[in-house]
Design a protein. Structure first.
Length: 208
């Protein structure tokens, strides 16, 4: 499921920056596979709880699976939202510098997804914490892209519509990073039995 989600993220951003509507449609169609896996996992977990009544570590394992797959499913939904943004685009003036920043941001998130899934597989708490820490850079990249979009809008009114989409897509990517952090938190829960918030967004005010 994680592999499919990571592919969806990569394809959706590639479709967006290349204005590839056919690839965007593929992302939307393939999201059904992700949804089905989440459904199957959830059903299996419910059956395990009902039939085997797991306790302590086993119960935490089942809860972690349910929570992690729900977060992955939402990440897939954000990839679909990026794909839909691609389909909406109708010849808007492009800003290649911003599209490159979006590609870099998406690549960083893709690496985070890969790392958190590795950490999940081997219960690596330290790697999970490192992934959550890396999300701070993703948050900053989103702020940088928004600031860059605003500067371009000030200079050229023809990029207003396109820049709005850039800001929207960068926000979707940031949200994916947030869900990766959630999975890091569930890895900690599995190992320690404690729910700990990592890289919270409770700071105020936020620039841009």
């Amino acid at each position: 499921m994680g592999r499919l989600v990571n592919e969806a993220i990569h394809k959706s951003v590639q479709a967006f920056v290349n204005h590839d509507k056919e690839l965007a449609k593929i992302v939307i169609e393939e999201d059904e596979k992700i949804n089905q896996i989440e459904h199957d996992l959830e059903q299996s977990c419910i059956e395990l709880i009902a039939l085997q009544q797991p306790v302590t570590t086993d119960l935490r394992k089942v809860i972690t699976v349910m929570k992690a797959c729900a977060d992955l499913e939402r990440m897939g939904d954000h990839a679909v939202s990026i794909a839909k943004s691609t389909i909406r685009v109708k010849g808007n003036k492009r800003v290649y510098e911003i599209e490159e920043l979006i590609s870099q941001m998406a690549e960083r998130v893709k690496e985070m997804v890969h790392s958190v899934l590795d950490a999940y597989t081997v219960d690596d708490v330290e790697q999970a914490k490192a992934v959550a820490e890396a999300d701070k850079k993703v948050d900053q990249m989103r702020r940088d892209i928004h600031a860059e979009c605003i500067e371009w809008i000030k200079q050229d009114s023809e990029v207003v519509v396109g820049s709005t989409d850039y800001m929207l897509v960068s926000t979707y990517i940031e949200r994916i990073g947030d869900y990766v952090t959630n999975i890091s938190e569930w890895i900690l829960y599995l190992k320690t039995g404690e729910i700990v918030e990592l890289n919270t967004h409770h700071h105020y005010p936020e620039e841009n």
